[in-house]
Design a protein around this ligand. Structure first.
Ligand code: AMP
Ligand code: MG
Length: 495
């Protein structure tokens, strides 16, 4: 094997931020899928990734030479309640390297065995949730949404008890850093405020070098994270992604989508859709995600108050304007997304009403969120006949045809007002509105087959989702809405 050399960064912070914990071997581990593209980006050559030794590394059965696997400690607000200690209960960092582009990257095995932060749980992850995390990480990457990546998926016959007996799996995930809002909350609420600065400076030095050395670096980093979070929420909304468990321990200090659990993509558009069966109050419903992104940002700022001023008053005075950046950053990012999704070149006064009426149409018809935008790209600015609209597919999605027929002339007029060219606009819209997203029923089909011993559907889905904006005629069925019997798949926190 020819592995890139270790360049420890987080590990050098040492205890008590993280502890060396060996991975626990996984019996009869089998590599179910490997992300060749990411492997190449990480500088892993074809000769290496094809070896049994590399598969053993991805299973946690052997250590990465020169690195002691580590678990880090964090806290977090879970469904609004503060939990003083969480931490990597089943994820272990197994390497820190520099990728082919010179970017630092950390590799983590999720499901690699218990740690001191497992809180009586088994340290394992099941195949079902591992397939979902593996596929969705890369689907989000292909959608252009900041996310942790997934390098390898390993399965094993080892039984794991959840609601039923399932089998164990490991995902090797990759990110420049896995630091979460909760890493900062841990030290703040413990009252060990002197631990905050080394952690923040580690993050800034490695991942925000443009702020390093500046006396105001903590405020600048926090401003950046708050704005990244706001933009991330707009990106989630735009593709109908529902995270499911937006606890502060599942929010990345780099503004990445992290911890794919009971996530979902909207099928029939319901703004109040709750993707996580466990979230009975709907705290993390689709239409509440932007608000929760703000709430979580204020929790991060609170935890970092000791970095922002010598006195509590001074710190709050510095933190408040940073928190206040969120609404504007979100609104600007969301407006940009809706504008592009509608195929408009620029935002103009009055566009909000156009967007809101369109979203209202989708909601009242429970139209398929993904398909409807693709149909809209085929609307002609010249031909307003019902046949043209039917040809675009919209008359099948929207039940309230009178409302559709009232909205379309305004949309066409708005397009004509900027001399929109139908062909060119369709190309732009199709590069913004995905055709293929990881719908629950697609993931479920891959899971059912893999549980029966056939992992091939994972590979097929991986291939389709790698090009979400392209027409892929041989995979047309993957763009369909769920069949009636699959409309109410329930996904819970169990993983
Ligand atoms: P999650 O709901 O996956 O974001 O996890 C919340 C916390 O529970 C984190 O500290 C996880 O590491 C921990 N956790 C979840 N599942 C397990 C498990 N099977 N074994 C050990 N720790 C777990
Ligand atoms: Mg988590």
């Amino acid at each position: 094997m020819n592995l890139p050399p270790i360049t420890p960064r987080f590990a050098t912070l040492g205890e008590p931020y993280s502890l060396p914990i060996p991975t626990r071997p996984l019996p009869s581990a089998q590599l179910l899928h490997l992300n060749d593209g990411l492997a190449a980006q990480l500088g892993l050559d074809a000769g290496t990734i094809g070896t049994p030794e590399f598969a053993a590394l991805m299973a946690g059965n052997t250590p990465w030479p020169g690195y002691d696997a580590r678990a880090s400690v964090y806290a977090g607000h879970q469904f609004g309640q503060f939990v003083p200690q969480l931490g990597d209960g089943r994820a272990l960092s197994i390497a820190e390297i520099v990728d082919a582009a010179g970017q630092p990257q950390e590799l983590q095995l999720k499901g690699a065995g218990p740690t001191p932060y497992s809180r009586h749980a088994d340290g394992r992850a099941v195949l079902r949730s591992s397939i979902r995390e593996y596929l969705c990480s890369e689907a989000m990457q292909a959608l252009g949404i900041p996310t942790t990546r997934a390098l390898a998926l390993v399965g094993s016959p080892q039984p794991v008890r959840r609601e039923t007996m399932e089998t164990a799996a490991v995902v090797c995930r990759v990110a420049p850093s896995f630091l979460r809002f909760g890493h900062f909350e841990f030290w703040y609420y413990r009252g060990e405020h002197q631990r905050l600065q080394p952690l923040a400076d580690h993050l800034i030095d490695r991942h925000f070098p443009e702020f390093a050395g500046d006396p105001d670096r903590h405020a600048r980093w926090l401003t950046d994270v708050v704005e990244r979070t706001a933009r991330l929420m707009a990106q989630w909304q735009a593709v109908g992604f529902c995270h499911g468990v937006m606890n502060t321990d599942n929010f990345s200090a780099l503004g990445l989508t992290i911890d794919y659990g009971p996530f979902g993509f909207l099928d029939a558009f319901d703004p109040q859709h709750i993707c996580n069966h466990t979230d009975q109050g709907g705290r993390y419903a689709w239409d509440r995600q932007p608000l929760i992104g703000h709430w979580n940002s204020t929790k991060l700022l609170q935890a970092c108050l000791p970095l922002l001023g010598a006195t509590p008053e001074a710190a709050v005075a510095r933190a408040q304007p940073i928190a206040d950046r969120y609404p504007d950053a979100y609104a600007a990012a969301m407006t940009a997304r809706w504008t592009a999704k509608l195929g408009l070149r620029e935002h103009r006064d009055g566009d909000e009403a156009l967007i809101n009426r369109w979203l209202g149409l989708l909601a009242s018809s429970k139209a398929d969120f993904t398909r409807s935008w693709r149909h809209l790209a085929r609307i002609s600015t010249r031909d307003d006949s019902p046949e043209a609209v039917a040809g675009a597919g919209l008359r099948e999605e929207i039940l309230d045809l009178a409302a559709l027929d009232a909205w379309l002339p305004d949309y066409r007029a708005r397009l004509r007002g900027e001399q929109s060219d139908d062909t060119e606009r369709a190309v732009r819209m199709n590069a913004e509105n995905p055709k293929y997203v990881l719908r629950n029923h697609l993931a479920q089909a891959a899971i059912a087959r893999a549980e029966a011993g056939d992992a091939s559907e994972i590979g097929r889905l991986f291939t389709v989702l790698a090009r979400p904006f392209d027409e892929q005629p041989s995979f047309g069925a993957y763009a369909a809405e769920p069949p009636p019997e699959a409309r109410h798949i329930e996904v819970s926190c169990s993983s």
